[in-house]
Ligand binder design. Sequence first.
Ligand code: IN0
Length: 416
Amino acid sequence: MASAILASLFHPSEVLALVQYKLAPKTKYDYSKDKMRERLYHHLNMTSRSFAAVIQDLDEELKDAICLFYLVLRGLDTIEDDMTIELDTKIPYLKTFHEIIYQKGWTFTKNGPNEKDRQLLVEFDVVIEGFLKLKPAYQTIIADITERMGNGMAHYATAGIHVETIADYDEYCHYVAGLVGLGLSEMFSACGFESPLVAKRKDLSNSMGLFLQKTNITRDYLEDLRDNRRFWPKEIWGLYAEKMEDLVKPENCDKAKECLSHMVWNAMGHMKDVLEYLEMIKNPSCFKFCAIPQVMAIATLNMLHTNYKIFTHENIKIRKGETVWLMKESDNIDKVAAIFRLYARQINNKSNPLDPHFVNIGVACGEIEQICVDKFPGSTAELARLQAGVMAGTSGSVITAAAVVAGAVALKSTFA
Ligand code: IN0
């Protein structure tokens, strides 16, 4: 907490959000009366940190179904991710995972000792038990998406198959993330919280997943390369280097930055769809659940843009304070549109006029701005409010002083 406050010292709205977060009651949910749910939410908290809180704030009708959807997919992902499992062993598990989730008592211990969510699969019988208690309609949605995703993962795990073209890149991201959007939209419509139109707009649901996944893939260049995984499409990196790993060589620094802005621009192509999707979501808890990962993605893209560090450092992240602030602010479409505008402007301001994607990125930022002005006029006042908070950090205003005092109080309680 103390280091998070220090990192956000020049961002008073973040300090305030951190302090509020710190002071909020820790035990919001009590699962002690139901041992199975206690284990399930324990696993959720172990795997996803801040996102676990967002799932737990969903309305009761959807909370367990989405928690289990998340854990089932995380189980599948933990098999796909593990490069210590031989392909001959891995592929059949990926292809049959949608049947495995109906097998009471099934567990998996073949993950390597360093696989971070290994324990989830070691205790996967609890996930299956929870899954079998869901309404059949939710079970069917989860099993269908798991089957399609498992087959897609199996295809891309096959030796010799790589992400070559931009169409492959979109297809791979569709399997691992776009399908999640389709499944969630079906759940939102099936429970009656959202209109049937939400499930019908598969294009928009897909874009929700693609925007998140492409941001992750762009950020994780170095980590994936270290593990011998390559998700950047050759159609993009091939314009800047002979081999994908050449981008890290210091002599290729300029080409690497050009390649990075190409990847950032490609991801930004989904932002219009994201806003259109979020505009459809009416239930407040579904809205926050959907909006938070998206605003975190645009904040992450802003951090990645023109940032050579992604070729030299693993695990670069937005500040904890920024995360907590975004979680607090993302509760209606005007505020989310204002956040999109704020980051689109920051991205545009950082662009280098010598970069070959300078104009493309500028146009993408301008389009976001235009859509928000036309469709979400309330975002203008929200943007002014957000900017007042952001600016206060550099102008030494009263808000800064107040936030620093608040920060000091929090620091004191940390060390007390
Ligand atoms: C997700 C998505 C997610 C949430 C809400 C709506 C969505 C619509 C379409 C597609 C995905 C949607 O969100 C999570 C967010 C997440 O896990 N974040 C990180 C970061 C953090 O610091 O908290 C985390 O570790 O918690 C997400 O990234 N994915 C996901 C998985 C399952 C479900 Cl049910 C929802 C993963 C992915 C690959 C992007 C789909």
